[in-house]
Design a protein around this ligand. Structure first.
Ligand code: AMP
Ligand code: GLY
Length: 431
């Protein structure tokens, strides 16, 4: 049967999903709040709509007679878009609202880990009363991470001892006026992501990726949605051993078993610490930027995975090119605190050399492509080593970036990678 796939979302991650699906035999349609020119170029149809409105998405799925859907971002999952599509008979690769709480409700996420004895859960407490939260900070022996319970686009966390003083954390809690927060033990180590494709009880894992949340070189500045990421030619990253990668995979497997019936992507954000692998968070979708590292080297047909998921079959094993990848985002000047939006960008993809460009939060209007307040576009280099992949990505960005956009130069460079290796060697000595 010919499949008609609806892709929901218009960022860099979704451009990567669109490219992966464009290589398959199905027909692709997409919908998003912004018109992403990269997705529009490979899709048969592109509708601009509010992707957090389940009936709008369902109605478009009906118009195009979709047989499958892939939901890219977390906000439609939280809004129940997967539920609405499933109800309408369009299998959504993405969890329903209740299962998406593994990402959308951090209090639920921690309680779930505790209840099911899933390894790697830090010490935590949940608060509604912000004065009680402040007293907890005063009394706690050690540093804490302050996490709003709901979605914040990756920008809501404040880590005491790393980004803020206990005083500033308390001021943040009082001023931000969140309904609920989680206070949890600060994890110290190296972070990495493993994304798994999940359905029918199967968990198919992808290579580990390291994202860079901080806005500036040297991991300085405020948290962002992610400035760039790298993966190595194989499943592990240079700073981890195979048993550490496998310990993280086991956590994903145990989580999927406990969730019972989960479908879509389960994204584990892990910290390699002196005490072993800990869970920073779970997401219910591909990472952005991590999808841009993973999907371009996936040699298994993504559509085959989606169809097997829908049919209740065992998912195909995944194969990847044995290549390293480096992804770097060009973001508007001032991002994330005071981003300058509305800059017209003219990208000549012919200038990107061997790199692949992914459009993100840009909007294609009649007279050109404009930046929004979020990440604009990314370049991904794919090569035999991280160092070579970095050079490919960096050259492409030099040639295409233009005015008003900024990148993090250090991501994927040899000295940054070496610092990560040295860091985890030191941590292991403390074990
Ligand atoms: P999240 O919004 O959960 O992705 O958190 C954003 C970032 O905050 C993570 O990528 C970590 O760098 C940091 N973070 C979250 N929780 C902790 C923790 N318990 N200890 C240290 N850093 C954390
Ligand atoms: N790269 C972080 C995220 O997708 O949440």
């Amino acid at each position: 049967m010919d499949e008609t796939v609806l892709l929901v979302g218009g960022g860099g991650r979704e451009h990567a999903i669109a490219r992966a699906l464009a290589d398959s035999t199905g027909t692709l349609y997409a919908c998003a709040g912004n018109r992403n020119p990269g997705i529009a170029a490979v899709a048969k149809g592109f509708e601009t709509l509010d992707t957090t409105n389940p009936s709008a998405v369902r109605s478009y799925a009906g118009d195009i007679e979709a047989t499958l859907a892939v939901i890219g971002p977390e906000t439609p999952l939280e809004a129940g878009v997967a539920d609405a599509l499933d109800e309408a008979g369009v299998y959504a690769f993405g969890p329903q609202q209740t299962d998406a709480r593994i990402e959308t409700d951090k209090a639920f996420q921690r309680a779930f880990m505790q209840e099911h004895d899933i390894p790697g859960c830090p010490d935590f407490e949940t608060f509604r009363d912000m004065s009680a939260a402040c007293r907890y900070i005063d009394q706690y022996d050690g540093d804490l991470a302050v996490k709003p319970v709901g979605l914040t686009g990756g920008k809501g966390v404040r880590v005491v001892g790393e980004q803020v003083t206990p005083q500033a954390a308390k001021a943040y809690i009082r001023e931000a006026d969140y309904e609920r927060i989680v206070l949890e033990e600060r994890l110290v180590g190296e972070e990495f992501t493993i994304q798994a494709l999940v359905a029918n009880g199967d968990v198919r894992v992808t290579p580990a990726v390291q994202d860079h949340k901080r806005a500036y070189e040297g991991d300085e500045g405020p948290n962002t949605g992610g400035m760039g990421s790298y993966s190595d030619a194989g499943l592990e990253l240079p700073f981890m051993f195979e048993d550490e990668y496998m310990a993280a995979v086991d956590i994903l497997r145990e989580t999927v078993a406990a969730l019972d019936g989960y479908k879509g992507v389960l994204y584990g954000q892990f910290m390699l610490t002196a005490e072993g692998i800990k869970v920073v968070e779970f997401n219910a979708r591909f990472g952005d930027p991590e999808a841009m590292n993973t999907l371009p080297i996936l040699t298994t047909d993504l559509l085959d995975v989606l169809v097997a998921a829908r049919e209740g079959e065992s998912l195909p094993q995944l194969s990847f090119d044995r290549q390293a990848t480096v992804c770097k985002y060009a973001v508007p000047d001032g991002y994330p605190t005071e981003p300058e939006s509305g800059t017209r960008i003219a990208i000549d993809e012919g200038d990107a050399g061997d790199a692949t460009l992914f459009y993100a939060s840009v909007d294609e209007r009649q007279d050109g492509v404009y930046t929004t307040t979020s990440r604009s576009f990314a370049a991904v280099g794919i090569a035999g080593s991280i160092q070579e992949a970095e050079e490919v990505a960096a050259e492409a960005l030099e040639a295409t970036r233009g005015e008003g956009l900024r990148i993090r130069q250090d991501i994927g460079k040899p000295d940054l990678v070496q610092r990560r290796i040295d860091h985890t060697s030191e941590l292991r000595e403390d074990r």
